[in-house]
Design a protein around this ligand. Structure first.
Ligand SMILES: *[C@@H]1O[C@H](CO)[C@@H](O)[C@H](O)[C@H]1NC(C)=O
Ligand SMILES: *[C@@H]1O[C@H](CO)[C@@H](O)[C@H](O)[C@H]1NC(C)=O
Ligand SMILES: *[C@@H]1O[C@H](CO)[C@@H](O)[C@H](O)[C@H]1NC(C)=O
Ligand SMILES: *[C@@H]1O[C@H](CO)[C@@H](O)[C@H](O)[C@H]1NC(C)=O
Length: 388
């Protein structure tokens, strides 16, 4: 069957990637720089010094990461860490909170656990950096880059060539809309109206980002919010929380439409892609059968670590041994094993066209719209002194 053939093709690649840690790709990265906006799915340490309970810089987080706990909300690499490696970067993109010793010309990670598109989302847990504030932080970095280039124009042309990864919105639901005891949004908006308001706010932020040089965007849709272990415990009968899944479906459809709208309106200068994070999930038995046969992932509804009431790993407790068999690391966040699948499918969807729209990341970075400018910039960058 075609199904099995695919599994055989993917297996060696999976094996290679699973064994490639910090420095698996040498040579030149496919884009010069990568800027990351988002929440705990992408955070790599921005919350460590913030007054919040949304932190993960303690054991057993990072148990499979080369340097141990870092503030990543998983056992190993995040999805964007793996995409960073697939793009050929030698190092992970540093968190905004600590760019010391890193080259900001290669990009910065602004993502913050518990943050959302709306600035109040997640704030019942403490301080976080909402999307709007992440944009403010990016403007600080853009000024520093402009200083490095000597003028704004050249910096802009450099920034045009970067990849901008935006993965945010889960907390506007799980840490806002579906917590009526803390946030009034569900009494103000229907799920349809709420998604519309979120997409509108997101689009304003994206246009803002466009104004300061972003041209190639990866917009990541929401996963099945109702199928996290936390949501499943809440239903009390082993089923996913359908209301949350339905809300995510509405958001995703609107996000995909936004990608189409922007690609039409800005077609000559920009390119946007949408990643459909729900196209591999446990409800799809064919996909799950394939997952299990390829990777051995079989536990889809329980966390690998023992969790607190809030759904995070209990400090210093030993997690499960068979981490590669779990989708979920804690009650909200996927394991590195699952992130590996997500990253590979986002980067190269030739085996599953439903996953990215209209392009995968591999082809997005090949888009040659800015060819002339790139040639010009190559001249400039080679004249720059070695980055500090
Ligand atoms: C900041 O980043 C540098 C370089 O990556 C690392 O050596 C250092 O430990 C980090 N500091 C903190 C406080 O995380
Ligand atoms: C959220 O943003 C709005 C508009 O930018 C601002 O008026 C409001 O004070 C902010 N709220 C918080 C909690 O930061
Ligand atoms: C499980 O519980 C939820 C609410 O707690 C309910 O809506 C759903 O119908 C139940 N599902 C099954 C299969 O019993
Ligand atoms: C995402 O993929 C799923 C499964 O293939 C599909 O049902 C859904 O319509 C897709 N979502 C969007 C917004 O394209």
């Amino acid at each position: 069957m075609g199904f099995e053939t695919k599994a055989w093709l993917v297996l060696p690649l999976l094996f290679l990637l699973a064994n490639c840690l910090q420095k698996c790709v040498t040579g030149k990265s496919q884009v010069p720089c990568l800027f990351i906006f988002g929440d705990s799915l992408s955070d790599s340490g921005n919350n460590n010094d913030l007054p919040t309970t949304a932190k993960s810089n303690y054991n057993p987080y990072g148990i499979d990461f080369p340097t141990g706990p870092t503030g990543r909300f998983t056992n190993g690499r995040t999805t964007i860490d793996i995409i960073t490696q697939l793009l050929g970067f030698e190092d992970f993109i540093p968190p905004f909170a600590n760019t010391s010793g890193s080259d900001i010309l290669k990009g910065v990670n602004y993502a913050s656990g518990s943050a959302g598109i709306r600035n109040e989302s997640g704030t019942h847990l403490g301080v976080c950096i909402s999307l709007g504030s992440q944009l403010t932080n990016h403007k600080v970095i853009v000024s520093q880059i402009a200083t490095r280039f000597g003028n704004r124009e050249n910096a802009q042309q450099y920034l045009n060539r970067c990849l901008y990864y935006v993965s945010i919105g889960s907390n506007d639901y799980i840490n806002n809309y579906f917590l009526p005891q803390f946030y009034p949004t569900s009494s103000i908006y229907s799920p349809e109206q709420y998604a519309e308001a979120l997409i509108e706010e997101l689009s304003l932020n994206l246009l803002d980002l466009h104004d300061i040089g972003a041209r190639k965007y990866v917009l990541v849709g929401l996963g099945r919010l109702g199928c996290t272990p936390k949501a499943i415990y809440t239903t009390g009968n082993g089923s996913c929380a359908e209301e949350e899944n339905a809300a995510a479906v509405i958001f995703n459809a609107k996000l995909k439409s936004l990608v189409e709208l922007f690609n039409n309106k800005l077609s000559t200068i920009s390119k946007f892609i949408f990643i459909n994070s729900t196209s591999i999930d446990r409800e799809n038995s064919l996909v799950m059968a394939w997952m299990i046969s390829v990777s051995g992932i079989s536990v889809t509804d329980a966390a690998c670590c023992r969790t607190t009431l809030h759904g995070e790993c209990i400090p210093d407790e030993r997690p499960c041994y068979n981490r590669n068999e779990y989708v979920f690391w804690d009650d909200f966040h996927p394991t590195e094993a699952w992130n590996l699948h997500t990253a590979m499918k986002s980067y190269d969807t030739s085996s599953n066209q439903a996953f990215t729209h209209p392009l995968d990341i591999k082809n997005l970075v090949l888009e040659k719209d800015l060819k002339k400018e790139s040639e010009f910039i190559n001249g400039i960058t080679s004249q720059l002194s070695a980055p500090a």
